[in-house]
Design a protein around this ligand. Structure first.
Ligand SMILES: [Zn+2]
Length: 199
C-alpha cells in the first residue's frame, strides 16, 4: 500500500516544527503540497490512492464522473492528475476581478455534467464550497471531492453533502497564539511557513 505520509515527508511537503499560519493560529505541522506536485511521479502515486477508490466506486455503480475541476492554485495540478488517471477532462476555477471563484478561459459545463472537485488541502472546505456554488450555478452536478490532505480538525462535521476522498487524513492541531503548547514549552518562536527559515 502506498505510504502517502512517507512520500509527503520525503519531498518536504509535510513539515514538522512551530508554525504561524495565515489564520494567526500556531501549529506543529504544515503541508506545502506544491512540494509534492513538483515531482510528477510522486504526485501520480499519491493521487492514484484516491483515483483507485473512485474507479472502484464507478465500477460498482456508486459514482459517475464526467470531469474534474480544481480551484486555483492548489487544485490545478491535482485536478489535472486525477483527470489523467480517470480519463476525463480536467479544468480549473480562479478568482475573477470581483474576487469570485469563477470558470474563465472559455471553460464550459454541460447541463447535468457530473463533476469532481479536486484540492490539495481541505481545512475548512471553504474553497471547495465556493467552487461548488459556481459549478451548480452553471448547471453542473458535484458528485465528489478529493484532496491530498484532509486537515479538518478531528471533531469537524462532514463538510460537504457529497463524499470526500482524501489521500491522507491528518487532522490539524491548532492553538491560539496565547495558548500555544509549543510557545509554552519555550520552543523557538513560530515561523511563517513560507519564510526562508523553513524552506
Ligand atoms: Zn506557538
Amino acid at each position: 500500500m502506498t505510504d502517502v505520509a512517507a512520500i509527503l515527508s520525503s519531498c518536504k511537503a509535510m513539515l514538522t516544527g512551530h508554525f504561524l499560519l495565515s489564520s494567526g493560529k500556531h501549529s506543529s505541522q504544515y503541508f506545502q503540497c506544491a512540494r509534492l506536485l513538483q515531482h510528477p511521479e510522486k504526485a501520480a502515486e499519491v493521487v492514484a490512492t484516491v483515483a483507485d477508490r473512485i474507479k472502484a466506486d464507478v465500477k460498482a455503480g456508486k459514482l459517475a464522473v464526467d470531469s474534474v475541476i480544481g480551484p486555483a492554485m492548489g487544485g490545478i495540478v491535482v485536478a489535472y492528475e486525477l483527470g489523467r488517471q480517470l480519463g476525463t477532462p480536467a479544468f480549473f476555477t480562479e478568482r475573477n476581478d470581483e474576487g469570485v471563484m469563477a470558470l474563465r478561459r472559455g471553460f464550459e459545463i454541460q447541463p447535468g455534467e457530473k463533476i469532481i472537485i479536486a484540492e490539495d488541502v481541505v481545512t475548512t472546505g471553504k474553497s471547495t464550497l465556493e467552487t461548488a456554488e459556481q459549478i451548480q450555478a452553471m448547471g453542473g452536478v458535484v458528485v465528489a471531492s478529493i484532496c491530498v490532505v484532509d486537515r479538518r480538525p478531528a471533531d469537524a462535521e462532514e463538510p460537504f453533502p457529497w463524499p470526500l476522498y482524501a489521500a491522507l487524513r491528518q487532522p490539524a492541531v491548532l492553538w491560539d497564539a496565547d495558548a500555544c503548547e509549543l510557545c509554552k514549552e519555550g520552543n523557538t518562536p513560530a515561523v511563517k511557513p513560507g519564510s526562508r527559515k523553513v524552506f
